[in-house]
Design a protein around this ligand. Structure first.
Ligand code: UDP
Length: 317
């Protein structure tokens, strides 16, 4: 099967490219490299350096494509609070362009990277896909808007679609070209920041007065390799005119302080931290109910937080 991977030079997209290729899928990549890295593109893979805001770039990328894995987009909660228009433009308008070009190219299959941020402050934990959706930040609102757009497209145009609502993706994959890992600049994600913490520059803990046992936010971390395994299962499950939504997490929650403890264990000394104000847009607790993906996709995540921390640490070497 020939897959167009949008965002294929980013952290999650490049990991998908690697795993898909190893499984025998034929890959093209569309990426503007605004946050990704062109050096992730494996030799022999068709790479269109272009934007979702440029329809002719999308049309070129969609040539000889059977299905799209759509990772491209802006993905930082904090940045989205500061730049909501940018998030709407790239994520919502970019995906609208992609769907329109898919229609022209008669490509009818899509697996989309949605987010747990669509739920906002959940009224039930763990969060099932049927939970109410009230995003607390513009990033989550764009992902929710795209999920609705894809649902409509599926009903009206008959496309086959899956939205995968990621909780917190972590870990790294070792390829024959070295580690594929988070390389954001600036890095905002907890695990890499904790692992890089020094006495001179301690990792900030965003809020110590959340309504949780230790006062820090709780998140559900899923290893990027398990996450991509779910994408492949989703791709193979696509059914005409149906849009399914699945949560992808581990089903377990870890507080910020528990992640710091796991990192301290991996490094062999206490990670320095500094208590800091809450970050705008953060909900207190996000834990996935992953039963639907388990039952319908036969997906079971197997890698735990210690492995996510260890792989991220190994990727720094
Ligand atoms: N966090 C933190 N310090 C950091 C980065 C993140 O305390 O340097 C917290 C953040 O407030 C959230 C959790 O760690 O509660 C996970 O944040 P991250 O940015 O990794 O992912 P997000 O939940 O925003 O997708």
């Amino acid at each position: 099967m020939r897959i167009l991977v949008t965002g294929g030079t980013g952290y999650i997209g490049s990991t998908a490219v690697e795993i898909l290729r190893n499984k025998g899928y034929e890959i093209s990549i569309l990426d503007d490299c605004s946050t990704g890295h062109a050096d992730c593109v494996p030799t022999g893979v068709r790479f269109i350096q272009g934007s979702l805001l440029n329809r002719s770039d999308i049309a070129a990328a969609l040539q000889d494509t059977d299905a799209v894995m759509h990772f491209a987009g802006k993905s930082l909660v904090g940045e989205s609070v500061e730049k909501p228009d940018l998030y709407h433009s790239v994520n919502v308008n970019g995906t609208r362009n992609l769907l329109d070009e898919m229609k022209i190219a008669s490509v009818t299959k899509i697996v989309f990277s949605s987010s747990a941020a669509t739920y906002g402050e959940p009224d039930v934990i763990p969060i099932p896909e049927s939970a109410s959706t009230n995003p607390t930040n513009p990033y989550g609102a764009t992902k929710l808007g795209i999920d609705s757009m894809i649902s409509r497209e599926s009903k009206e145009q008959g496309i086959s679609a899956v939205s995968l609502r990621y909780f917190n993706v972590a870990g790294a994959l070792k390829s024959d070209r070295g580690w594929l890992a988070e390389r954001h600049n600036p890095e905002t994600h907890l695990i890499p920041n904790v692992l890089r913490s020094t006495q001179a520059n301690p990792v900030k803990i965003f809020g110590n007065d959340w309504p949780t046992a230790d006062g820090t936010c709780i998140r559900d971390y899923v290893h990027v390799i398990d996450l991509i395994d779910a994408h492949i299962k989703a791709l193979e499950s696509l059914a005409e005119g149906i849009h399914e939504i699945y949560n992808l997490g581990s089903g377990d929650g870890y507080s910020v302080r528990q992640v710091v403890a796991a990192a301290s264990l991996a490094i062999g000394h206490e990670v320095p931290t500094i208590d800091s104000p809450r970050r705008a847009g953060d909900p207190a607790i996000l834990i996935a109910d992953i039963n639907k993906a388990k039952v319908q996709l036969g997906w079971v995540p197997t890698r735990r937080i210690n492995e996510m921390v260890a792989d991220t640490l190994a990727s720094f070497a």
